[in-house]
Design a protein around this ligand. Structure first.
Ligand code: ADP
Ligand code: MG
Length: 704
C-alpha cells in the first residue's frame, strides 16, 4: 500500500508514539529525555543536531592541524602509564605519515592492555600540540580497534552532535535518532503538499530529516550548522506554519463557539467621559475607538490588538471600551504587566470614571486581607464595574459577576496562554468576553498577521498635538562628565531626569549593583540634587514608593535599570540618559525614550555609549537619532535584528520554537501565511495533524 493512501490518523500517530516504544528506552531514560523536551518519536526527530563531526574520511596523522577534529588510524608503537605531576595513560600511534600521542587522565587499570603494541586503532578527537610542539596529541579521543590501516572507513555519513543533558549521551541520542528515522522511512506522511514544498525549493519531510540527522559526506556543513540549509528551513517552515495555523484555529473556534455579549450602549457614560476630558481625541484615537465599538456591538467576540506608539494615548481608548461594557451593565477587567503600571492605570481610570459614578477597583499585592476580600466581593457581586490589576486578576479566587471585556495592556509581556486564562474567567455557558489588547511595540503588518494571527489589528498612528519631539544625541563614554554637568543644569532649572543603566545579559544582582554605584556616583557629583534609585531586586512596594516620589517631584533624578521601560508617565521629566544603549534593541530604546517628551518642554535623550561601536550598533543608534516614529524604528529593527527581538519573545517565551528561529527564518513568514490559506482550504485534516505534530500538548488553544 503506498504511504499516501494510509489513513491519516495512523501516520499521525506514529510520531506521537511515546519515546518509550523505541528499543532500550526504559523509565529512567524517558525521564531524562523529558528534560530535553523529548517525549515522543517525533520529538526525537525534531531534536536537531547542533553540529556534525566528519568521520567519513581518514586524515593522515602527518597532515593534522592543531585544533582539527579528525578521524585517524594508527598502529600502537608504545603505551605506558606516566607518573609525573598527574598520572596518565599515554599511547603513541603511527600511520607512516607521522605519529601522535593519545592521552588519558581518567583510565581503568586494565585499559593499558587494549594498547598492545602493533594493534591498529581508529580514533576520533581533536588534535592539539603536545608537550613538544611538533608532536600532536589527542586527549580522551573515542577509539576502537580495527583490522588494518587500509580497510575502508565504516561511516558514510556525517556524525550528528545533539544538544544533550546529564545521563543522556551522544551515543544514546544517535541510536534513538537512527531508530526513529528507520521508523519514519516505513511510512511518514508529509503533511505539506508536495507541489508547495517543491515550489519553495525545499525537500520533503523525510528527505529533510535524513539530511539533518545523517547528512552525506559531501553535505554543506556550514549551512547545516548555521541553520540556512534547505532541510532545516523546510522544518522551520513547517513549524511556523503549524503555529500560525493553531492561532488561526483558536480564532476560528472563538468566533464560532459561544458568542460574546452584544455591547451597544446608549452613550451616556461615553459622552460624559469625552466631555470631561481636558483634550479632544486625535483622529487616530477616534478611528480606533470606532473600530473597537463596532466589534463590541457584535455577537462575535472581539479579538483586537491596538498598536500605538508610546504616548499615542491608548489608555483613553481603553477607558472608552471599558465604559461601553459598563453602560450595558457588564464589567471590564484591565490587566497590566507590572504593579506599577496597574497602579497608574487604576489612578487614571479612577480619576476619569468615578466622577461618572463608575466604581473602579485595584487588585494589588499591597491590599490588606480585609480590603482585598471586600474588593473580591464587589467584583463578584457586580458592584464594581472596572477591575484593574496584574496577572493576579486571573488567580483562582478572583471571580466576576458579568465580565464583558478584558483589556490587556502591553501585550508583549504576556504570553498567549495568560491572555486565554483571563478570558476563561469571564466565560459562562452562554457567553465569553470581548478582548482588547494594547501594545506599544509597533509590529510590521506581515509579522503581526503571522504572530498574532488570532487578532484583528488597529493602529493609533498619530500623536496628540503639542508634543515636542525628543532630541536624541549619541555621546561617547569619554564625555560622561559633560553629561553629568548637563543633568545638574537641567535639575537646577526645575526639570527632572532619568539615568538608565543597562546590563542586559548579566544577572539582576549585577544590574542592581551597577545602578547602585551609578546612583552613588551621581549623588556625589551633584550634591545639590536628590537622587532616587529603582531596580528589579527591590521590593515592589519600595520601587513604587520611589517612583511615586519621582512623579511627585520630590526627586530630581531617577537612576533606574530597564524596569522603568514600560508606560510610566511623568510629564515633568524631560531628560534621559541611557548608558550603554548599544546593548539594547531599538524597540526597547524607543520605549525607554518614550518616558520623556510627555510634557510641553523640549526633551532630550542622551545615548551614552561605550566606544568603539560595532557597525550594527552604530546603525541602530543612528536610526534612533534620526527618527522618533516607532513604526519606522520597528521596520529598521526588523531589518537589522530580525523579528524575534521585536516581538520580545526572549522575555515571554510565548513563541518558543523547536526548530524555527524568527531572527533567522523571519523571511519565511509571508510565505507561511499564503501556505496556510491554501492548506486550510485543501486539507483540513492535514491542518489538524500539523498542529498536533508541532504545537501538540502546548496548545490549550483547541480547548478554549
Ligand atoms: P500610551 O499610548 O503610551 O499608553 P497614554 O495613554 O499614557 O499613552 O497617554 C499619554 C499621555 O497623553 C497621557 O498623559 C494622556 O492623558 C495624554 N493624551 C491622551 N490622548 C490625548 C489627546 N488626544 N490629546 C492630548 N493628550 C492626550
Ligand atoms: Mg500605556
Amino acid at each position: 500500500m503506498p504511504a499516501s493512501s494510509r489513513p491519516a490518523a495512523e501516520t499521525g500517530a506514529r510520531l506521537d508514539q511515546p519515546v518509550s516504544t523505541l528499543r532500550g528506552v526504559a523509565q529512567r531514560l524517558s525521564e531524562r529525555l523529558e528534560r530535553l523536551g523529548i517525549r515522543t518519536v517525533g520529538d526525537v526527530l525534531f531534536h536537531l543536531p547542533m553540529r556534525y563531526e566528519d568521520r567519513t574520511r581518514r586524515i593522515p596523522i602527518g597532515s593534522l592541524q592543531s585544533g582539527q577534529h579528525a578521524l585517524i588510524r594508527g598502529r600502537v608503537e608504545l603505551a605506558e602509564v606516566a607518573q609525573g605531576r598527574r598520572k596518565r595513560l599515554m599511547c603513541r600511534l603511527s600511520d607512516g605519515t607521522g605519529s601522535i600521542t593519545l592521552v588519558f587522565f581518567h583510565f581503568f587499570p586494565n585499559q593499558l592492555q587494549q594498547f598492545r603494541q602493533g594493534r591498529v586503532l581508529e580514533c576520533y578527537g581533536e588534535a592539539r600540540p603536545g608537550v613538544n610542539a611538533w608532536q600532536m596529541q589527542m586527549v580522551h579521543p573515542e577509539y576502537h580497534a580495527v583490522g588494518s590501516l587500509d580497510e575502508p572507513v565504516s561511516d558514510a555519513r556525517l556524525t550528528p552532535v545533539y544538544p544533550a543533558t546529564e545521563g543522556v549521551n551522544q551515543a544514546t541520542l544517535r541510536r534513538l535518532a537512527e531508530q526513529s528515522l528507520a521508523m519514519a522511512r516505513r511510512g511518514l506522511r508529509d503533511l505539506l503538499p508536495a507541489a508547495l514544498v517543491a515550489g519553495e525549493g525545499l525537500p520533503d519531510l523525510l528527505g529533510a530529516l535524513e539530511q539533518l540527522h545523517a547528512p552525506p559526506a559531501d553535505a554543506d556543513l556550514e549551512a547545516l550548522e548555521n541553520g540556512t540549509h534547505p532541510a532545516r528551513r523546510r522544518l522551520a517552515m513547517e513549524e511556523l506554519l503549524a503555529h500560525h495555523l493553531s492561532l488561526r484555529r483558536v480564532r476560528h473556534q472563538l468566533r464560532n463557539q459561544r458568542g460574546a455579549p452584544v455591547l451597544r450602549g446608549n452613550g451616556r457614560l461615553v459622552n460624559a467621559f469625552l466631555e470631561g476630558l481636558p483634550f479632544r481625541l486625535t483622529g487616530a484615537q477616534q478611528r480606533v475607538d470606532q473600530e473597537v465599538a463596532a466589534d463590541m456591538a457584535q455577537r462575535e467576540p472581539m479579538l483586537r490588538l491596538v498598536q500605538g506608539d508610546v504616548g499615542s494615548g491608548k489608555t483613553v481608548v481603553a477607558a472608552l471600551a471599558a465604559l461601553r461594557a459598563v453602560e450595558c451593565g457588564l464589567q471590564a477587567a484591565v490587566m497590566a504587566p507590572t504593579e506599577l503600571l496597574a497602579e497608574q492605570h487604576y489612578r487614571n481610570f479612577r480619576d476619569w470614571l468615578e466622577p461618572l459614578g463608575v466604581e473602579v477597583t485595584w487588585l494589588s499585592g499591597k491590599l490588606t486581607a480585609a480590603r482585598r476580600r471586600d474588593m473580591l466581593e464587589r467584583m463578584a457581586d457586580g458592584r464594581c464595574g472596572i477591575a484593574v490589576g496584574t496577572h493576579a486578576l486571573f488567580q483562582d479566587q478572583v471571580a466576576f459577576q458579568r465580565l464583558g471585556l478584558v483589556i490587556v495592556d502591553e501585550q508583549h509581556r504576556f504570553g498567549v496562554h495568560q491572555r486565554l486564562a483571563l478570558k476563561e474567567k469571564g466565560q459562562s455557558a452562554t457567553a465569553q468576553p470581548h478582548q482588547l489588547i494594547m501594545t506599544a511595540t509597533p509590529i510590521p503588518r506581515t509579522l503581526a498577521m503571522t504572530a498574532y494571527a488570532d487578532l484583528d489589528v488597529s493602529v493609533i498612528d498619530e500623536l496628540p498635538p503639542g508634543r515636542t519631539p525628543v532630541t536624541t544625541v549619541a555621546v561617547p563614554d569619554s564625555r560622561r562628565d559633560e553629561v553629568v554637568t548637563g543633568i545638574a543644569k537641567a535639575c537646577a532649572e526645575g526639570r527632572q531626569a532619568y539615568w538608565v543603566c543597562t546590563l542586559i545579559e548579566e544577572s539582576d544582582q549585577l544590574q542592581a549593583e551597577a545602578a547602585e554605584n551609578t546612583a552613588a556616583m551621581l549623588a556625589e557629583a551633584i550634591p545639590e540634587i536628590r537622587v532616587g534609585l529603582v531596580h528589579g531586586r527591590m521590593k515592589p512596594a519600595d520601587k513604587e514608593a520611589v517612583m511615586a516620589a519621582f512623579a511627585a517631584g520630590e526627586l530630581h533624578l531617577l537612576v533606574a535599570t530597564t524596569v522603568i521601560e514600560v508606560g510610566v508617565d511623568v510629564p515633568n521629566a524631560s531628560l534621559m540618559v541611557i548608558e550603554n544603549p548599544e546593548r539594547l534593541g531599538l524597540a526597547q530604546l524607543h520605549q525607554l525614550r518614550g518616558r520623556v517628551g510627555r510634557g510641553a518642554t523640549a526633551s532630550s535623550c542622551v545615548l551614552l555609549y561605550r566606544a568603539p561601536l560595532t557597525e550594527t550598533a552604530r546603525r541602530r543608534l543612528s536610526v534612533l537619532r534620526e527618527t522618533t516614529d516607532g513604526f519606522e524604528i520597528a521596520r529598521q529593527d526588523l531589518e537589522i535584528r530580525g523579528p524575534g527581538e521585536l516581538l520580545g519573545t526572549r522575555q515571554t517565551g510565548a513563541w518558543q520554537f523547536r526548530v524555527a528561529d524568527l531572527s533567522r527564518d523571519g523571511a519565511l513568514l509571508p510565505r507561511v501565511q499564503r501556505m496556510a490559506d491554501r492548506l486550510l482550504q485543501e486539507d483540513p485534516v492535514g491542518v489538524d495533524l500539523l498542529i498536533q505534530r508541532w504545537v501538540g500538548e502546548a496548545q490549550r488553544y483547541g480547548r478554549v
